[in-house]
Design a protein around this ligand. Structure first.
Ligand code: 2M8
Length: 726
């Protein structure tokens, strides 16, 4: 892991520690602006903390659930008795004592929020070093989680279709989302009588970053209605002008249903598992059936009072990716919408994914709260969702932003989508917590493959892979063409668009058997007949990539090529009477006979006849085309001699604009994939690497920074993820 990431991990933990109340019972969203405990914040905070302090993560959720109502509702705020006076609205305004369901001894608000908690509880378990320590907590929280979900299906499911409705913008978590404007505008707020109140939020952050006063009137208007009905859910639903099925809320409910089912299974509650699975099924079907808007290419919130879709382009509309509520045929359209100029496309340059509102729409505000800025929790859920649906490259770019934005600007509450500036509260807990989740999951995983496992197998001698029977009828000069087409067949069926490989399916396929038959005929090929560099490059790069896949299958590698010592040095193909290992191809042929990283000697000795096959002009871009069966290396692609130049450019650009290269102009710091360290001599040292990056990086400010400050920039290298690209 790079020291730089370690530094920021420390900073993130410091933010969370600083935001803890004295005694450590729970963590505030942020010290000044939000001096109480918030519902979904606590879930995100617990997930981040669970990577390094299971007990504290547990404490967060225990404290939150101490405020649960008798009807199962989990309030959106559990007040901090020591923090009263600093926020509006507080218990005196909520008057939850009007409800027989409110707890007598804990001060809470009277509405709820997106139920991320079953998801968080399962994460606490999964991230715990000592799982046995989590058992009692899971037994404690499980029935409470059930009560919470039952509340939604019983009291907030007015059409019995599995969609939970929200009754206040605060329940959505996206308080002043443009989606709620119309409903608000329907109410004549100028004529209604509202009690006097005083906002406290704008005393802490600039009012341009917060909801308008009119929005606050709307919030208060709804609260008054709830109080009038003593928080009786049935009565509220009869009269409330704000009743909405929100895709974000329901997607989180869906994701948590899945986790609840897993928790039920772990605790041996079969009926509970069945119940949670049915909820999941029902809600995800209802999301895809009722909320997807074909022409809008988005999941829309639905206004139950006006009985219409709210066709507003907010980030909430993509959230069925997180909860699994998007059908296959909806996913591609949804993805094109997400990966567009409106929401910051891959490699678009000068933007950060994913803003909370369409940047191209009237009403988009760079700095205003839920009307434009980038929020880390939204990106984190989408990052998980994009992975779930197989969009690895896009998921990776979101992960990169989740790391990069706080590194550039600090752990702010939200960020400018164009220049990354931080807004809202300064040291915001869920930004820090979800930064930690991404950093831990992506950059701290070395232990997972396990040292012992990795030393499990050693290849002492060369292991030839293309040993099959050679079909005598084939002409050797056609073999390279046949190889390319056999690899092409593998690519079409088993190499996914996101650069991963379906090894299991590939292993038993006819295409693989055909490939192996052609690979055997390589033994008769004269690589000297390959002609010019472009042909050589394409041939050897494709061959290298295929040997790696072949080797992973032949050796039955499960988690990482590191399981086998000598993988790159001993696996081999016989070609035209010579034996070639992946190292021979990479360092000998493609890099013009250089030393492998850490090696003392050049790959081929002075008299080695294989030198005749070397490419004439080594090209550093090969490092973004050679796969090594690992997540951190280039995604697998197929290279053709006619297009290799353009393809190598694309490979380099994809890599440089991924999370393997993080440029932080404000700190004059650049974090680079270890590839730039290992192959420093191919790039001309770290300065050469920065020049190379400058050529490909798409953001103007980063390119400009590199142009001007290459020599002062501090370069660090990132942890390399050797886990298999399956
Ligand atoms: C914001 O909402 C509260 C009201 O609940 C507020 O503005 O005072 C939202 O961003 C919400 O999603 C978040 O949970 C809360 C605390 O971070 O702040």
């Amino acid at each position: 892991m790079s020291d730089a990431i370690k530094t920021y991990i420390k900073k993130a933990r410091t933010v969370l520690e600083k935001n803890q109340v004295p005694g450590g019972a729970f963590t505030l969203p942020s010290g000044n602006l939000y001096p109480h405990q918030w519902n979904w914040d606590a879930g995100f905070i617990a997930i981040g903390i669970s990577h390094y302090d299971t007990d504290q993560a547990i404490r967060e959720l225990r404290r939150l659930f101490s405020g649960q109502w008798r009807n199962g509702m989990l309030p959106h705020i559990v007040f901090n008795p020591d923090g009263l006076g600093g926020y509006f609205p507080e218990p005196d305004f909520w008057q939850t004592e009007l409800s027989p369901d409110a707890p007598g001894d804990v001060l809470t608000s009277g509405i709820t929020m997106p139920p991320i908690h079953a998801y968080a509880a399962l994460q606490i378990y999964e991230n715990a070093g000592r799982k046995d320590r989590v058992g009692p907590f899971l037994e404690w929280i499980y029935p409470r989680l059930q009560d919470l979900h039952r509340f939604f299906y019983r009291e907030r499911n007015p059409e019995s279709n599995g969609l939970a409705c929200i009754i206040h913008p605060w329940e959505s978590g996206m308080d002043n989302s443009p989606s709620w404007d119309e409903t608000m505008n329907h109410i004549d707020l100028d004529t209604v009588q509202l009690p006097a109140y005083q906002r406290k939020d704008t005393g802490h952050v600039d009012s341009s970053m917060r909801p308008t006063d009119r929005y606050y009137d709307f919030f208060v208007y709804l609260m008054e209605l709830f109080k009038r009905h003593n928080y009786d859910q049935n009565a509220i639903l009869k009269e409330c002008p704000f009743q909405v099925y929100d895709p974000l809320f329901n997607s989180i409910l869906c994701a948590s249903n899945e986790s609840l089912a897993s928790l039920a299974a772990m605790l041996g509650d079969r009926d509970g598992e069945q119940e949670a699975r049915e909820w999941h099924e029902q809600t995800s079907k209802a999301i895809s059936g009722h909320l997807f808007h074909e022409e809008h290419h988005l999941f829309d919130a639905y206004d139950l009072v006006g009985r219409r879709h709210l066709e507003i382009d907010t980030v909430s509309g993509f959230m069925p990716l997180f909860g699994g509520g998007a059908k296959k045929e909806q996913v591609d359209v949804l993805y094109s919408h997400l990966n567009s100029k409106s929401f910051c496309a891959l490699h678009q340059g000068n933007c950060f994914t994913v803003p909370s509102f369409d940047t191209q729409k009237e009403g988009f505000k760079r700095e205003n709260y839920w009307r434009g800025p980038v929020w880390i929790n939204m990106n984190w859920m989408l990052y998980k969702g994009l992975r779930r649906y197989g969009f690895r490259q896009k998921a990776d770019s979101l992960a990169k932003n989740i790391l990069e934005l706080p590194m550039r600007s600090g752990f702010h509450e939200y960020f400018d989508s164009f220049d990354g500036r931080g807004y809202g509260s300064r040291d915001f807990s869920w930004t820090a917590a979800l930064f930690l989740d991404v950093a831990h999951s992506n950059y701290l995983k070395t232990g997972r493959t396990g040292l012992l496992k990795r030393l499990g197998r050693v290849l002492w001698t060369r292991v030839p892979l293309n040993t099959g029977r050679v079909d005598g009828g084939k002409h050797p000069e056609n073999v390279s063409q046949q190889m390319l087409s056999a690899i092409g067949e593998l690519r079409d069926r088993y190499y996914r668009n996101d650069g991963t490989v379906d090894y299991e399916a590939l292993k038993n396929s006819d295409e693989y058997a055909r490939y192996r038959a052609v690979a055997a005929t390589l033994r008769q090929v004269d690589p000297g007949s390959l002609g010019e560099d472009r042909q050589r490059l394409a041939f050897w790069v494709n061959l290298y990539n295929t040997i790696i896949v072949d080797g992973i299958i032949a050796l039955g590698i499960r988690n990482s090529v590191k399981e086998v010592i000598g993988f790159f040095r001993k696996l081999s193909y016989r070609i035209g009477g010579h034996s070639f290992t992946p190292d021979d191809i990479e360092h000998g042929i493609l890099r013009g006979n250089r030393r492998r990283p850490g090696g003392l000697l050049r790959q081929f000795g002075p008299l080695n006849s294989r030198k005749q096959y070397m490419v004439e002009r080594p090209d550093p871009r090969i490092h973004f085309a050679l796969v090594c069966g690992s997540r951190s290396c280039a995604p697998i692609k197929f290279y053709s001699p006619g297009r290799i130049d353009e393809q190598l450019d694309t490979a380099a650009s994809n890599f440089i604009n991924s999370s393997e290269v993080i440029v932080i102009p404000g700190e004059k710091r650049v974090l680079l994939s270890s590839i730039f360290n290992w192959y420093g001599e191919d790039f001309g040292g770290s300065r050469g690497a920065l020049e190379f990056i400058e050529r490909y990086i798409v953001d103007d400010d980063k390119r400009e920074f590199l142009r001007q400050h290459k020599d002062e920039a501090q370069v660090d290298y990132l942890y390399y993820d050797w886990n298999l690209n399956r």
